[in-house]
Design a protein around this ligand. Structure first.
Ligand code: ADP
Ligand code: MG
Length: 314
């Protein structure tokens, strides 16, 4: 259930309706909004918007925690094997829970393949590199292939039918729908009906880029992307699960070096993703994964390949 946002001072039924219409459906989405955006949306002054935002923050007790308490929580972090020991090492021990891991790179660089591989390996028991958990997979580009998942499962000595049963897939038709689907996952988690330990969003940015193509709507896009990412991070923290997202790259002209590849999503995505990898195509089925941003691991790169098993060491 979304939060009762009418509880916030200054939010009557009319205001609540306006807020809900654009996706401010819980305290978190309001707590991380800007006063300007919220004020414009709800048709209230910036001062009132600030009060509403502050009240939402109070509800969430967003503030300081002792480092000791944080360390305690970090002890619960789980790791999912990528299928490649090299890539696991690059990331620490694999794809972590309580964090968002992003892969960006050109078409065909293995971003989706990693998502499919993780959807299988997360189901393995802990001593085999999994978390014994299920998967919510938000597919925005229609590239989820159950046959491919079944192949990976078979190659990894798992029962393909069982593996497929544990993956909940939804196709997102536009960015609002994509956000809605993340809310649905949140509801599933709240009801504690399914032991979901991995959420995949493939691709995170595709719809946002095409839905908000004009420059005039850029800030709306970034605000929405921000909210979407915050919900994903919240689920990662609250339910100790891993979030894996893929991202497109765009060519940006550079007068000196010629066109260079840059990840989409701007600084909002750059800040939200805890671990960021850049996938680069190499020869044949080989690819390079470069870790470009991590709070606790050095930058580095490794070679991996795509095979019947999904992702593998070379
Ligand atoms: P993207 O980065 O665009 O998401 P993908 O993850 O879909 O790229 O990777 C596509 C690559 O995966 C293709 O080069 C293809 O050769 C490889 N691939 C797909 N299925 C298999 C398979 N069954 N065995 C080996 N390689 C595969
Ligand atoms: Mg893909």
């Amino acid at each position: 259930m979304p939060d009762d946002i009418e509880k916030l001072p200054g939010v009557g039924p009319k205001t609540a309706e306006k807020l809900r219409e654009v996706g401010f459906i819980d305290f978190m989405s309001i707590a991380v909004a800007s006063a300007g955006e919220l004020g414009a949306t709800a048709d209230v002054s910036e001062a009132t918007a600030n009060k509403i935002i502050q009240a939402a923050r109070d509800q969430l007790e967003m503030g300081f925690e002792t480092a000791e308490k944080l360390l305690e929580k970090r002890k619960d972090v789980g790791y999912i094997t990528t299928g490649s020991e090299q890539m696991n090492k690059l990331l620490g021990r694999g794809v972590q829970t309580q964090a968002i891991t992003e892969a960006h790179g050109q078409f065909g660089s293995g971003k989706t393949q990693l998502g499919l591989t993780l959807s299988v390996t997360v189901q393995k028991p802990v001593d085999e590199g999994g978390l014994g958990g299920k998967v919510a997979f938000i597919d925005t580009e229609n590239t989820f292939r159950p046959e491919r998942v079944a192949q990976i499962a078979r190659e990894l000595d798992m029962n393909p039918e069982e593996v497929l049963k544990n993956i909940f897939v939804a196709r997102a038709f536009n960015s609002d729908h994509q956000m809605f689907l993340a809310e649905q996952v949140n509801n599933l988690l709240k009801d504690q009906k399914e032991n979901i330990r991995l959420i995949v969003v493939d691709s995170m940015t595709g719809h946002f880029r095409s839905d908000y193509a004009g420059r005039g709507t850029l800030s709306v896009r970034q605000q929405k992307l921000n909210r979407h990412l915050h919900l994903l991070q919240k689920m990662a923290d609250q339910y100790n699960l891993a979030v894996y997202i893929t991202n497109q790259v765009m060519a940006t002209p550079d007068a000196f070096f010629g066109p260079t590849m840059k990840a989409a999503g701007g600084h909002i995505l750059a800040h939200a993703a805890t671990y960021r990898m850049f996938f680069i195509k190499s020869k044949a089925n080989k690819k390079i994964a470069r870790l470009i941003d991590s709070p606790d691991m050095p930058e580095g790169e490794v070679l991996f390949q795509l095979t019947e098993k999904g992702i593998e060491d070379v």
